[in-house]
Design a protein around this ligand. Structure first.
Ligand code: ZN
Ligand code: ZN
Length: 285
């Protein structure tokens, strides 16, 4: 079994109302560690730390950081991105093998000097900046949110050490490192999973990333705001494939970051199944 870290922060709105209760039967597993921004004094729980301003400024412009401070969501955004940074560091230190990071605010629309779409800071980019300082060199980011990852592309578009594979609504291909996989408005789970296998597995095997980040959005699910016709069962099947890509390169280092999606029922159904897959619990089989 894999050692899986769950990084849990304050959040706003409806979609994660059922958490952490929905993780009953998972949190008590020996190979699952729980990092919580709220209950840091309870036995057996690890404290989730906000990202430092010093690290923020390695990715985002001072002007943008100032603008986020004025939104009123700054602290929450620091914890959201902090979960990803800490997950990467815990993996680097050998404490866990992979991670699921809950967020209030996502990642992939946050660029060097802009933010939008409920994404203030780019947690994956911050984690990569911190890992690079520790000598880690190669990374992959796979993005299954329904929308294009404009922020992530802004930060890593010319970085040949980062493979970025974005499943969205456009076709783009640049020097192999930046790939957009065009998903039509109305696809099926079968077609989407086949595209993932075809686009990710060989590229990851050739690129050999030391860490894989998965920007997991569920907004392409039926009835969601980026509806592409996927069923709620597609996401944990994607988890199996992306985990396979991480295992194939020999280390299994995978960080799953919650990105877009609004429905509470879908989150409550899908997230425990993804964590079940990451931690190899087989609770839902
Ligand atoms: Zn989206
Ligand atoms: Zn894209």
């Amino acid at each position: 079994m894999k050692r899986t870290g769950i990084f849990f922060t304050y959040f706003q709105g409806e979609r994660l109302r059922d958490f952490p209760q929905a993780l009953a039967g998972i949190l008590d597993k020996e190979n699952v560690s729980y990092y919580d921004a709220v209950y840091n004094s309870r036995d057996g729980l690890y404290y989730l730390e906000p990202v430092s301003e010093e690290l923020l400024l390695k990715v985002h412009s001072p002007n943008m950081v100032q603008r986020v401070k004025l939104t009123g969501d700054y602290e929450s955004a620091l914890y959201s991105a902090g979960g990803t940074v800490q997950a990467a560091d815990e993996i680097r230190r050998g404490k866990i093998d992979n991670a699921f990071v809950f967020t209030s605010f996502g990642d992939h629309h946050a660029g060097r000097n802009f933010y939008g779409g409920m994404c203030y800071f780019n947690g994956a980019a911050l984690a990569i900046a911190a890992l690079k300082e520790r000598g880690v060199k190669r990374f992959a980011i796979v993005d299954t949110d329904s929308h294009h990852a404009d922020g992530t592309r802004d930060i890593f578009g010319s970085d040949t050490d980062v493979l970025h594979i974005c499943f969205c609504h456009q076709d783009y291909w640049d020097n192999y490192n930046n790939v957009d996989v065009k998903i039509p408005y109305h696809t099926s789970d079968k077609e989407y999973l086949a595209r993932m296998r075809q686009e990710l597995i060989p590229r990851a095997a050739a690129f050999k990333p030391e860490y894989i980040f998965w920007e997991f959005g569920y907004d392409a699910t039926l009835g969601e705001y980026g509806d592409k016709g996927l069923t709620r069962d597609c996401h944990h099947k994607l988890a199996e494939l992306i985990k396979e890509a991480a295992d194939n390169v020999g280390h299994g280092r995978l960080i799953t970051i919650l990105c877009g999606g609004s429905g509470r029922a879908i989150a409550t159904y899908t997230i425990p199944r993804i964590i079940d897959c990451l931690a190899e619990l087989s609770k839902f089989q």
